[in-house]
Design a protein around this ligand. Structure first.
Ligand SMILES: [Ca+2]
Ligand SMILES: [Ca+2]
Ligand SMILES: [Ca+2]
Ligand SMILES: [Ca+2]
Length: 341
C-alpha cells in the first residue's frame, strides 16, 4: 500500500526535465548531431554493463511499494545482477523491446517489478507517476604511472560506470502527458498497469495499491540525446524507476472518442508514420492516424458530428450502429459506416 498526502504537498520536481526550452543564443556554434546508430551502440554498451554490474536492493518483500534502490554489485553470490532477471518467469522480470526511431532500431530494456492490476495507458495518454531518474556516466581512465624518485608507482585506474541521480518526484500532483515527455516514457508506460481502485481517506490522503512498478533503461536517443537537460549531460543514457498510480485518457483530436479507443489494431500504441508507410491505426489511409484525424473514415462528416445524437456527444460505448442497436464490438467502423448517412 502506498499512501501519500494529496494536499499540502511540496512538489519536489524540477520542471526543467520536461520543458524543452533551449538557449537561443545565436553566438552558440552549431555542433553536428552525433550519428544515431553510433551513439546507440555506445549507450547500449553502457546500459548492458550497468545491467550486469548493478543489482536491485530488495529489503522489503513488498519492494514495489517502496523506492527502488539500485546499487553496484559488491558480492556476486548474494547480489544477482539486474541482467540475471532477463526473461525471468517470475518478478522481477527484465524485458526488452525494439523501438524504431531516427531510422534505426533501438533496443530498450525495462524491468518489471510488478505489472499492476488496473488499466494500461496507451502511448498518448497521461500518467500519474512517482519516479526517480539517474543518468549514467563514466569516470576518466588513468594510465599507470611508473615510480620516479620519491614517487611510488601508481597503478592504472580503469574507467568506472557510475549513475548520478538528477531528479526524484515522490508525491505527484499532476499528470504527465506521454506525448510531451522523453520517448522512452511513452514506450515503457504502456507496458504497465495502474493498481486497484484508489481509496480516498478521511485525512485527505489517497491510497494506491498493487500499481505497476518498474525501472526503464533508456539510451540517450530515447531520452534527451544531444540537448541534455538541466544537470543531465548530453548523450546520457537514463535510468528511471517508477510507479504508475493513475491514467488519464486523452482525446487529442477532440472528436469525442478517447484516443485509446482509436487504436484500431489494439496494440496500445498509435503513431504518425512516414508518408507511404501503411499505418494500422489510420482507417481511411489519408496519412493521419485516427487519434489525430477529425474524420476517421474520410467520408467528409466529422467523427464528432457522427457520434452526436440529438445534440449530445454520446459516449462511444453507447453509440448505436446503423440499425440502431448498441454493438458489443466497439469497432468504430460499425458506428461510422458512411452507409448510415
Ligand atoms: Ca479522439
Ligand atoms: Ca496501434
Ligand atoms: Ca486518417
Ligand atoms: Ca467521418
Amino acid at each position: 500500500m502506498n499512501k501519500f498526502r494529496y494536499y499540502f504537498i511540496l512538489i519536489i520536481t524540477s520542471l526543467a526535465l520536461f520543458s524543452c526550452s533551449k538557449d537561443d543564443n545565436n553566438s552558440i556554434e552549431e555542433v553536428p548531431l552525433r550519428d544515431f546508430q553510433e551513439q546507440f551502440t555506445t549507450d547500449s554498451i553502457a546500459i548492458k554493463e550497468y545491467l550486469e554490474t548493478y543489482y536491485i536492493d530488495i529489503e522489503d518483500p513488498n519492494f514495489a511499494d517502496n523506492d527502488v534502490i539500485i546499487k553496484k554489485i559488491t558480492n556476486s553470490t548474494t547480489q544477482p545482477s539486474i541482467m540475471s532477471y532477463l526473461n525471468n518467469s517470475t518478478f522481477p522480470k527484465l524485458l526488452k523491446k525494439n523501438v524504431e526511431l531516427h531510422g534505426i532500431t533501438y533496443e530498450l530494456y525495462y524491468l518489471v517489478l510488478r505489472e499492476g492490476t488496473g488499466e494500461k495507458p496507451c502511448n498518448v495518454d497521461e500518467v500519474l507517476t512517482s519516479y526517480k531518474g539517474e543518468y549514467l556516466y563514466r569516470t576518466v581512465a588513468k594510465d599507470a604511472v611508473p615510480a620516479s624518485g620519491d614517487t611510488p608507482a601508481q597503478p592504472a585506474v580503469p574507467s568506472e560506470l557510475l549513475a548520478n541521480q538528477f531528479e526524484e518526484l515522490k508525491y505527484p500532483q499532476s499528470f504527465f502527458d506521454l506525448t510531451g515527455v522523453v520517448t522512452g516514457w511513452s514506450e515503457v508506460f504502456p507496458e504497465f498497469k495502474t493498481g486497484d481502485t484508489p481509496v480516498s481517506n478521511a485525512d485527505g490522503t489517497v491510497s494506491y495499491s498493487n500499481f505497476g512498478a518498474g525501472v526503464m533503461f533508456l539510451p540517450s536517443g530515447l531520452a534527451y540525446y544531444s540537448s541534455g537537460q538541466g544537470s543531465i549531460p548530453s548523450y546520457s543514457p537514463l535510468v528511471f524507476s517508477f510507479k504508475l498510480y493513475a491514467v488519464k485518457r486523452s482525446d487529442l483530436d477532440n472528436d469525442g472518442i478517447p484516443s485509446y479507443l482509436e487504436d484500431v489494431d489494439g496494440d496500445n500504441y498509435m503513431r504518425r508514420l512516414a508518408t507511404g508507410v501503411e499505418n494500422p491505426d489510420d482507417s481511411d489511409g489519408d496519412g493521419i492516424p485516427n487519434y489525430l484525424d477529425i474524420d476517421d473514415d474520410g467520408d467528409k462528416f466529422t467523427t464528432r458530428s457522427e457520434i452526436t445524437i440529438n445534440g449530445v456527444v454520446t459516449p462511444f460505448a453507447s453509440i448505436p450502429d446503423c440499425s440502431g442497436n448498441i454493438p458489443t464490438d466497439t469497432s468504430k467502423k460499425k458506428h461510422l459506416d458512411s452507409a448510415c448517412h
